[in-house]
Design a protein around this ligand. Structure first.
Ligand SMILES: [Fe+2]
Length: 315
């Protein structure tokens, strides 16, 4: 299965579509969005029809993870495993396939109620991707859009689901603390990108912790870093570099929905078949210093979480 599955798109439910449009254009440097058949906004990172699908809604959180599989045999095997895992796979109808620009789609429910969409044949946009703010473009292709990090009430159980159903494999585990708050993470890969999905146990406002998009050119990360200051986009972690074997140089800011985005470059590739997972205790070799805003977001999510029962992670 390796090399044949990738994180094709993220569907997001966002409260303020107009702010997201400005953020996508002015901060991320993405072309003006198209409107899909179901009214959702289609944001591109490359020549594909979309990599982010924005739907107006109160949650300001993940709507669905879209996974693309390149052949029918793997597609059917994943659907069978989703069925066996009790994830209730359901075939998407023609209208949904058209809105998603895919040939085939099956939805199933993952851990923590997160919807997953398994797709084949994500279509091309009608024009070549071009960005004046990110002239080098984004590193996507068979490695998908980048990575998504979700908070989970039980990250090990959630990781087991994605390993069992999608055939993902363990890249690394994280155990660290920010002040008094313990943080755990499980990072999973499904192609040569170091991780396409990670599950964190840490206080967050919603399920979505951050989404990472990777520039082809380090200069575009520098440009984005300067743009963030100019536009007064809240910075969460300053420029820094994740430890080997990931090695990504990146910074983190806050999206209009309150979860974070990461713009990076130079992430190292792994051999997905033979990679030996490791455990790390620091998130960065240098930089990635948390800002006051980052500390405030963490503490406020932890406080809100304390007043909610039944989950270690606040919703
Ligand atoms: Fe990340």
């Amino acid at each position: 299965m390796f090399g044949k599955i990738n994180l094709a798109y993220l569907a997001l439910q966002v409260r303020d579509l107009a702010r997201w449009r400005r953020f996508a254009a002015d901060m991320l440097g993405l072309p003006a969005p198209a409107i899909n058949g179901d009214g959702t906004l289609a944001l591109r990172l490359d020549d594909r029809a979309h990599r982010f699908i924005l739907r107006q809604g109160a949650a300001d959180d993940i709507d669905a993870l879209g996974w693309e599989v390149s052949n029918r045999k793997d597609f059917d095997a994943i659907v069978d495993r989703a069925q066996a895992a009790g994830a209730n796979p359901a075939v998407g109808n023609a209208a949904l396939c058209q809105a998603r620009h895919v040939e085939r789609l099956v939805q199933f429910t993952g851990p923590d109620g997160v919807r997953n969409e398994l797709v084949m044949g994500l279509g091309q946009a009608g024009t070549a991707f071009a960005s004046t703010l990110m002239p080098g473009g984004f590193r996507t292709g068979a490695m998908g859009l980048g990575h998504a990090v979700l908070s989970s009430s039980d990250m090990q159980q959630a990781a087991s689901f994605y390993r069992d159903v999608l055939g993902m494999r363990l890249s690394q585990e994280l155990q660290c603390a920010i002040g008094p708050i313990e943080i755990g993470g499980v990072f999973l890969h499904c192609n040569p990108r170091h991780h396409s999905l990670a599950l964190f146990e840490m206080p967050t406002r919603g399920r979505m912790h951050h989404v990472m998009i990777e520039a082809n050119d380090m200069r575009d990360v520098g440009g984005a870093w300067e743009r963030a200051q100019k536009l007064k986009v809240p910075i969460i972690l300053t420029l820094g570099q994740h430890p080997e074997p990931d090695g990504m140089v990146s910074f983190y800011g806050m999206t209009p929905s309150g979860f974070d985005f990461e713009i990076g470059a130079a992430g190292q590739l792994i051999d997905p078949e033979n990679f030996e997972p490791i455990t790390i205790h620091v998130t960065s070799d240098w930089g990635h210093h948390p800002t006051l805003r980052a500390k405030w977001n963490l503490i406020s999510a932890a406080i809100v979480g304390k007043f909610r029962s039944g989950s270690k992670v606040p919703r």
